[in-house]
Design a protein around this ligand. Structure first.
Ligand code: CA
Ligand code: CA
Length: 215
């Protein structure tokens, strides 16, 4: 569940001091994209209006223009993995956040995903993760996709985190994933298979629950 971990790290990163009222006004003049009304976002997410205001302030600190393109996203995300190369994983993650394929992440996209990852039901969290792994979005996770994801995670963690990795470790992990998830052995994992298999796995369930009550 690397995505979940990454998102959490992003969220708990210490923020720069947000400044006073005058700074806020200055910042607002730089904002190219204004988010939808807070009431609307409050209805769409599991966050209160106050929480959304705090999140928006943090989002603006990182991204004064109000939108994040893929390069910026990669730069921000890579800071959390100084020993590895997070660019490929950040690319997959960016696509998962950018659910409408607009090429940029707006505050609405960010906060909707965060709401699922932190406050969503188990099924919602698993569905979000499935979409992340289903790179070409055809409704199935195939072995190539899972191999790309696993390799991206290894690259991101870097050799200092996993000093004893063997070169065939990604393949073994992908095989183990399919062994567990591909219930009907047709070579692809569907959303139903994914949700069922994850719910059977105590470790995965525990890692999903870790992220509740964080904010
Ligand atoms: Ca696919
Ligand atoms: Ca299958």
């Amino acid at each position: 569940m690397g995505a979940v971990v990454g998102t959490l790290t992003m969220q708990t990163k210490p923020r720069r001091p947000s400044g006073d009222k005058i700074d806020d006004d200055l910042e607002m003049t730089m904002v190219c994209h204004r988010p939808e009304g807070l009431e609307q976002l409050e209805a769409l997410t599991n966050f209160s209006k106050r929480e959304l205001q705090v999140l928006y302030r943090g989002f603006k600190n990182e991204c004064p223009s109000g939108v994040v393109n893929e390069d910026t996203f990669k730069q921000i995300y890579s800071q959390f993995f100084p020993h590895g190369d997070a660019s490929t994983y950040a690319h997959f993650l960016f696509n998962a956040f950018d659910s409408a394929h607009t090429g940029s992440i707006k505050f609405e996209d960010f906060v909707t995903a965060l709401s699922i990852l932190l406050r969503g039901s188990i099924t919602e969290k698993l569905q979000w993760t499935f979409n992340l792994y289903d790179i070409n979005r055809d409704g199935y996770i195939n072995k190539e996709e899972m191999t790309d994801i696993v390799k991206a995670i290894y690259d991101m963690m870097g050799k200092y985190t996993y000093p004893v990795l063997k070169t065939d470790a990604p393949k073994q992990q992908v095989d183990a994933f399919f062994q567990k998830m591909d219930k009907n052995r047709d070579g692809v994992v569907t959303l139903d298979e994914f949700i069922l298999s994850c719910q059977e796995d105590e470790n995965i369930m525990r890692s999903l629950q870790l992220f509740e009550n964080v904010i």
